[in-house]
Design a protein around this ligand. Structure first.
Ligand code: ADP
Ligand code: ASP
Ligand code: MG
Length: 408
């Protein structure tokens, strides 16, 4: 039995008219001779409304109950869409994460998938041509509802594709594919035909929300080819796949940005062994993800430690760091929420030098001050003031020739 997994995001299922277009994509999948597993997100805006409701009800909404609430967005979209399929005479049924089940750990709000019972799905596919599955959700081993983190329906789809040996996982969204940068902020962004898993991982983790980062991790691990394409066009989209030598010829493949950044500094920490552990231990215990870290050179036996986190974690981080400062003798805790990061990404960087210098020179020419820098083998990330982020994306896009056919 050939099985195709297709995922449709929030804007694709927002209205009745949009859902009719989604139905055409599913019918097209059936015409290609496959059974279809259609993974749906909540309708655009619904998840935000549900989260706002939780905040209205409680100053610190219980995480497990928040998942029960927020997962209903997908329940609405799968039921409505299955009605449309049945009205067109298609043998279909809807399935919630817990009905499959998609088993996860109990890290409510950002649970990780542990297992998917593909046997149940295959049995259902004997009776139905299309299964409409709620993305973004699963359940713990003892049956509690969980969600996978914002944008998590992509991960549901790729995990289902891996467990069902789907030849390809199609991710339908509101853009034609993966672009060299966000096409909504850079008019010269160019759609890529192919992108390597590694590059896509860096782009997703650096803020390109077109794919949820864990979906790319799954795709890479289980070698699932992922095709990102639009619900509203016939463009073949972008294939996210294994790296090949032609990809390495391109120095920089994409520019990503992330405005969800806050910078925290501890001033005058004693420069003695154990200080980094004293700062980052409490953060990791509370599940706060730290992104960039810089420690200044020591002066008079003291140093400054600066790091970045997601803005939602700032209140908790400041509380923890005030306590760390009290224990270690650091003189003050500073913070800044008007920062953002911009990254240039490309597997070609492995074999070429000079990318960082070109990026710094281009930003300097426009008077953009660089606050922090971090690098990996295939990426350079720069922290700047948030007000310059769109400008910086366009400058870097232009500097590395990404609007041309071959990057330079
Ligand atoms: P969906 O609701 O379908 O999951 P998302 O809003 O999560 O869609 O992701 C699609 C959006 O990702 C696009 O509308 C675009 O603004 C944004 N995006 C950011 N970076 C990129 C990129 N490099 N290529 C394509 N889209 C990008
Ligand atoms: N509905 C969820 C969200 O808005 C999951 C998703 O769309 O992928 O984040
Ligand atoms: Mg998304």
């Amino acid at each position: 039995m050939k099985i195709l997994v297709q995922k449709f995001g929030g804007t694709s299922v927002a209205t009745l008219e949009c859902m009719k277009q989604v139905r055409e994509k599913v019918q097209d999948g059936l015409k290609r001779g496959s059974k279809v597993v259609a993974v749906l997100s909540a309708r655009s805006g619904d998840t935000n409304k549900l989260l706002a409701l939780a905040d209205e009800w409680s100053p610190a909404p219980d995480k497990a109950e928040c998942d029960v609430l927020v997962s209903t967005g997908e329940q609405v979209s799968i039921s409505l869409f299955t009605m449309l399929l049945k009205d067109a005479g298609i043998r279909a049924r809807s399935l919630l994460g817990g009905q499959i089940p998609v088993t996860t750990d109990d890290d409510f709000g950002r649970a990780r998938i542990l297992a998917i019972d593909s046997k149940t799905l295959r049995n259902y596919l004997d009776q139905y041509d299309v299964l409409v599955v709620a993305g973004f959700q699963g359940c713990t081993q003892d049956g509690r509802i969980t969600t996978l983190g914002r944008g998590g329906s992509d991960t549901s789809a790729v995990a289902l594709a891996a467990s069902l040996d789907s030849a390809e996982c199609e991710i339908y969204t509101d853009v034609d594919g993966v672009y060299t940068t966000d096409p909504n902020i850079c008019s010269t962004a160019r759609k890529m035909d192919r992108v390597a898993y590694e590059e896509m991982l860096e782009m997703a983790s650096m803020g390109a929300k077109v794919l949820h980062i864990r979906s790319v991790e799954f795709a890479k691990k289980y070698k699932v080819p992922v095709r990102v394409r639009s619900t509203f066009s016939d463009d073949p989209g972008t294939l996210v796949t294994q790296e090949d030598s032609s990809m390495e010829a391109v120095l920089v493949s994409g520019i990503a940005y992330d405005k969800d950044q806050a910078r925290v500094t501890l001033r005058d920490l004693p420069d003695v062994p154990g200080m980094a552990a004293a700062v980052f231990g409490p953060l990791s215990e509370k599940g706060v993800l730290v992104d960039m870290i810089v420690q200044n050179t020591s002066q008079d036996g003291h140093t400054d430690m600066t790091f970045t986190i997601s803005r939602k974690d700032l209140p908790q981080t400041l509380e923890l760091m005030t306590e760390v400062a009290r224990k270690t003798g650091a003189s003050e805790v500073l913070h800044d929420v008007s920062v953002a990061k911009v990254s240039a990404i490309g597997v070609g960087m492995r074999n070429h030098s000079g990318v960082a210098a070109r990026a710094f020179a281009a930003l300097t020419q426009e008077g953009i001050n660089i606050l922090m820098i971090s690098t990996s083998e295939i990426k350079i990330t720069i922290l700047i003031q948030e007000k310059y982020v769109e400008l910086a994306v366009r400058i870097l896009h232009d500097t590395f020739g990404l609007d041309w056919d071959i990057g330079c």
